[in-house]
Design a protein around this ligand. Structure first.
Ligand code: NAD
Length: 498
C-alpha cells in the first residue's frame, strides 16, 4: 500500500497535510492505497509554481505546444494496457471499458493538436481609412479543473488538453477515489516535453476545492461531478470573479416508439443502462415505452437479459460490468432499490445481495429492473448512478416528450424509432442538451462539444470541441491605423461607420 501525494512542478510531493483518504480496489473490496488530502497551503504552492511556468509556455509557439500533445498521445498509447489496468483497479470498470475511457480522452488530445488553427483570430483589412482590425485569443493564465471518479482517464484529459494547448498552466484536482491515472498522465506529460509546472495535480477533497475557488490567481475552473456540488462550485467560483463551467448529474431517458425494433432497443438499453455498472453521466436510467403493447414487449425481453448480465471483477474479460466504486456507493444504490419498493414500483429483477466466489467483499450489485415507475417517485426524480433501470410507461408520444422535458436534468436522451418524422420532431423539440436517434449514449465526439441542459450544467460554454478553446482563452480586439499620424482633428462624437 502506498500514499498518493501531489505532482507539483514536475515532481511528486507529499505536501503539508496529515489527512488521508482511502483508495479502494472495488473488485476485491480491499483497501488499495491512501491519498493525501491537500491543504490550502499545498494548493497555493502549486498555484505559485504554475504562475511561474505559465508565461514561457504561453510564449511557446502553438505548433510546439501541439507537438508536446502529439508525443503525449504516443506515450499514452504505448502504455494503454497498464493505464487501463490501473484505472480498473481503482474504479472497477472492466478493462475494455477502461481502455475506452482513456481512448475517448486521447481523442480530445488529438483534437487540440490542431491548436495553431483553433486559436487563430480574425482580421479585417481596411475596416476604415488606413484602419485594420484583428482579434486574437490569449490564454487566461493559471486555470484549474476538478473532476469526478467515473471517468478517471477521459475527463482529466478533456480538461488538460484544451487548458494547456491554449497556453495556460493547469492545476488538476482529480477524484480522491481514483488518483492513480491522473498522476501518471502528469508524469507522461513531462516525458512528452511539457515544461515542469505547466500541469500540476493536487489531490484532496472539499478543503482543497474551496482553496481553488478562493485563490485569486486562478482565472477559471472547469468542474464535472454531481449537481449539488456543480451548483456550489459555480456560485462560489463566479462570486470570486472566476470563469466557471460546471457540469452536473443526469437522468437520461430512452423513448421507445411503437414502431421501434424492440430487439435493437433492448440491446441498446442493456449496454447503456448497465455498462460500467450504470456509473456514467450518459447512462440510460429511464426507459419510456410509448403504448402498452410496446411496454409489455419491451419488459418481457428485458427481464431475461437483465437476469443474465454477467457481473465480475474488473479484470474478468467475460464480465459485462464490474463492481460499484465504493461500499458507500453500493449502499447508496441499494437504498434506492429499497425506496423504489416502498414507493410501489414493481421490481421485475432484483440484483441485490450478489456475492461472487473469491470476491465476497467486492462492491457488486446485480442488474435491477423496475417496472411501472411513476414521475413522482424518488427513484425517478433522483440520479441513482448504479445498475438500476426504471421503466416509465406512457400512452402516447406527447406524454413521453413531456416526461423527458419535465425532468430537472437534461444531459442526454435517446429515441428509438423507424419513423423519421417522429425522430426529427423529437430532436428539435426535446429540452435536453445531447440527443441520440437510435443511438443510446449520444456522447458527442471530441470535435463537437459536450454539455447538458437544465440542472445538468451551470455556466455558458460546453466541454471540449471549439468551446474548450473559448473557455480557456480570452479574446482581444485590436484596431490599428497605418500610416500613423494622419491628422483629422479631435473627434468628440463616437466614430461610426455611417
Ligand atoms: P462528486 O460531485 O462527488 O465529486 C466531483 C468532484 O468534486 C471530486 O473531485 C470531489 O473531490 C469534489 N467534491 C466532492 N464534494 C465536494 C464538496 N462538498 N465541495 C467541493 N468539492 C467537492 O461526483 P462523483 O461522485 O465523483 O461523480 C459522479 C457524478 O458526476 C454524477 O452525478 C455524474 O452524473 C456526474 N458526472 C457528470 C458528467 C457531465 O459531464 N455532466 C460527467 C461525469 C460525471
Amino acid at each position: 500500500m502506498k500514499d498518493y501525494g501531489h505532482f507539483i512542478g514536475g515532481k511528486h510531493v507529499a505536501g503539508t497535510s496529515k489527512r488521508y483518504g482511502d483508495v479502494w480496489n472495488p473488485s476485491t473490496g480491499r483497501l488499495k492505497d491512501r491519498v493525501i488530502l491537500a491543504t490550502a497551503s499545498d494548493l497555493n504552492s502549486a498555484v505559485e509554481v504554475a504562475k511561474q511556468a505559465q508565461p514561457a509556455w504561453a510564449n511557446t509557439n502553438p505548433q510546439r505546444r501541439a507537438r508536446v500533445l502529439m508525443r503525449f498521445i504516443d506515450l499514452i498509447n504505448s502504455e494503454m494496457d497498464s493505464l487501463a489496468a490501473l484505472l480498473s483497479s481503482e474504479h472497477g470498470k472492466t478493462i475494455i471499458d477502461a481502455k475506452g475511457d482513456i481512448q475517448r480522452g486521447v481523442e480530445a488530445v488529438e483534437f487540440y493538436c490542431g491548436i495553431p488553427h483553433l486559436m487563430k483570430g480574425e482580421f479585417t483589412d481596411g475596416a476604415g481609412p488606413s484602419i485594420d482590425m484583428y482579434s486574437m485569443r490569449q490564454p487566461l493564465g493559471v486555470v484549474a479543473a476538478v473532476t469526478p471518479f467515473n471517468f478517471p482517464g477521459m475527463i482529466p484529459l478533456q480538461k488538460i488538453a484544451p487548458a494547456i494547448a491554449c497556453g495556460n498552466a493547469l492545476v488538476l484536482k482529480p477524484s480522491e477515489r481514483n488518483p492513480g491515472v491522473p498522476l501518471r498522465l502528469a508524469e507522461l506529460l513531462i516525458e512528452a516535453g511539457l515544461p515542469p509546472g505547466v500541469m500540476n495535480v493536487v489531490n484532496g477533497d472539499k478543503e482543497v476545492v474551496d482553496a481553488i475557488l478562493d485563490n485569486p490567481t486562478i482565472q477559471a475552473v472547469g468542474f464535472i461531478g454531481s449537481t449539488s456540488i456543480a451548483q456550489y462550485i459555480y456560485a462560489r467560483g463566479t462570486a470570486n470573479g472566476k470563469r466557471v463551467q460546471a457540469f452536473g448529474g443526469a437522468k437520461n431517458h430512452m423513448v421507445i416508439m411503437p414502431d421501434a425494433d424492440i430487439g435493437h432497443a433492448v440491446d441498446a438499453l442493456i449496454g447503456a443502462s448497465y455498462g460500467s455498472a450504470g456509473e456514467r453521466c450518459m447512462a440510460i436510467s429511464v426507459a419510456v415505452p410509448v403504448g402498452r403493447d410496446t411496454a409489455d414487449r419491451l419488459v418481457e425481453q428485458l427481464i431475461p437479459r437483465v437476469r443474465s448480465l454477467k457481473v465480475g471483477p474488473a479484470h474478468d474479460p467475460e464480465a459485462d460490468y464490474g463492481p460499484l466504486v465504493t461500499k458507500a456507493a453500493l449502499d447508496r444504490v441499494t437504498s434506492y432499490v429499497e425506496a423504489g419498493l416502498n414507493e410501489g414500483a414493481e421490481l421485475a429483477v432484483d440484483g441485490r445481495g450478489l456475492k461472487l466466489q473469491g470476491y465476497e467483499d467486492g462492491f457488486y450489485l446485480g442488474g435491477c429492473l423496475f417496472d411501472k415507475v411513476t414521475p413522482d417517485m424518488k427513484i425517478y426524480k433522483e440520479e441513482i448512478f448504479g445498475p438500476v433501470l426504471s421503466v416509465v410507461r406512457t400512452e402516447n408520444y406527447e406524454e413521453a416528450l413531456k416526461i423527458v422535458d419535465d425532468h430537472e436534468y437534461g444531459n442526454g436522451v435517446a429515441i428509438f424509432t423507424r419513423d423519421g418524422d417522429a425522430a426529427r420532431d423529437f430532436a428539435s423539440r426535446v429540452n435536453v442538451g445531447m440527443v441520440g436517434v437510435n443511438v443510446p449514449i449520444p456522447v458527442p465526439l471530441a470535435y463537437y462539444t459536450f454539455g447538458g441542459w437544465k440542472r445538468s450544467s451551470f455556466g455558458d460554454l460546453n466541454n471540449h470541441g471549439s468551446d474548450g478553446v473559448r473557455f480557456y482563452t480570452k479574446t482581444k480586439s485590436v484596431t490599428t491605423r497605418w500610416p500613423s499620424g494622419i491628422r483629422d482633428g479631435a473627434e468628440f462624437a463616437i466614430p461610426t461607420m455611417k
